[in-house]
Design a protein around this ligand. Structure first.
Ligand SMILES: Cc1cc2nc3c(=O)[nH]c(=O)nc-3n(C[C@H](O)[C@H](O)[C@H](O)COP(=O)(O)O)c2cc1C
Length: 303
């Protein structure tokens, strides 16, 4: 089982997680938008910098619609030592899609094709794409499969919803099944894996899926990958969770200046953790009110 994590996972969170929990084999880093010009700002590349601690392998991901701009970023990745990169053609946010990027990109199949061609040229055997089943309708991807199938992509990740659905409503498994059958590349399934039972149900149904991408599930429940690897729910040790929270706080405090941004990071994580931790909702209400890191530490009993 190989389970890349999604873009919202940051390096500090990944590294703190990897100290205490079983982890997926890969992480896809948050998308890096393309830009005009040829000079790449180092700040953009921080999360995929291989010269700093990366406790699990990380794949850089690009968001854009300009093939020349894509080339610039992919060359920067290669210069850093990356041999894999992913194109985001699935981000559903209207401010992205209305510019023809993310899930808006497949709406212009010629531009999508050109982007994929450039990707495959610059990252031979190492370029992949992440898409949805469609923009408005879940059969739209089927019409794009001939384009994907004729290029040497290394894999295709499919989030089993349309862009219009954002992250809501049910995942469309019948439509995913059709896309899976028509795609000649290794397919990564993505969408709504929140428990080991979800994973087992999907794995039993889609035997030809080669990898499984988890997003919110692992943010909500840090023990989830351990459950999946074991094949059943494992006991939750609260001490492990506390140690992880301390380590994450420590890592963020070391790398980020200022108490407010660090506290913001902690609260961001709790918007997910509250769903899996005992009395999570109650705890979340108190965490929201914390104004200092000391208050946060005291509340959670962190050292
Ligand atoms: C706040 C947020 C940021 C995201 N950023 C990215 C990203 O940078 N790249 C990407 O491919 N997916 C991104 N995603 C989508 C996730 O990778 C994933 O496709 C989505 O959460 C659905 O999977 P899940 O049901 O397992 O959570 C993001 C999702 C959210 C909610």
């Amino acid at each position: 089982m190989l389970a890349p994590m999604h873009g919202i996972t940051l390096r500090l969170w990944r590294n703190a997680m990897a100290e205490f929990f079983p982890m997926p084999d890969l992480a896809v880093a948050p998308f890096i938008p393309t830009f005009a010009g040829t000079k790449v700002k180092q700040r953009l590349l921080q999360d995929v910098d291989l010269s700093v601690e990366q406790r699990i392998s990380v794949i850089p991901q690009v968001l854009g619609k300009n093939p020349d701009e894509l080339r610039v970023l992919l060359r920067a990745f290669r210069a850093m030592g990356h041999r894999r990169a992913d194109l985001n053609a699935g981000c559903p946010w209207p401010m992205v899609t209305k510019k023809g990027r993310g899930a808006g990109l497949p709406r212009t199949p010629d531009v999508l094709r050109r982007m994929l061609e450039v990707g495959c040229e610059e990252m031979p055997n190492g370029f992949s794409v992440k898409l949805r089943l469609g923009y408005d309708r879940p059969d739209e991807l089927l019409r794009l499969l001939p384009i994907l199938n004729e290029l040497p992509l290394c894999e295709v990740t499919i989030h089993a919803r349309t862009a219009k659905q954002m992250y809501e409503g049910k995942v469309l498994l019948n439509e995913f099944s059709e896309a899976l059958a028509g795609c000649r590349h290794p397919v990564v399934y993505n969408g709504d894996i929140f428990t080991v039972e979800d994973f087992i149900r999907l794995r039993n149904r889609f035997a030809t899926v080669t990898r499984w991408m988890l997003g919110r599930g692992i943010l909500c429940d840090p023990f989830l990958i351990g459950d999946i690897r074991a094949g059943c729910r494992q006991p939750r040790d609260p001490v492990t969770l506390t140690r992880f929270l301390s380590a994450y706080l420590e890592r963020c405090s070391q790398e980020q200046c200022g108490e407010r941004p660090v506290l913001g990071r902690m609260k961001e994580l709790w918007t997910y953790l509250r769903y899996s931790v005992p009395q999570g909702e109650q705890l979340w209400k108190s965490i929201r009110l914390c104004r200092t890191l000391d208050e946060y530490r005291r509340l959670l009993g962190l050292c």
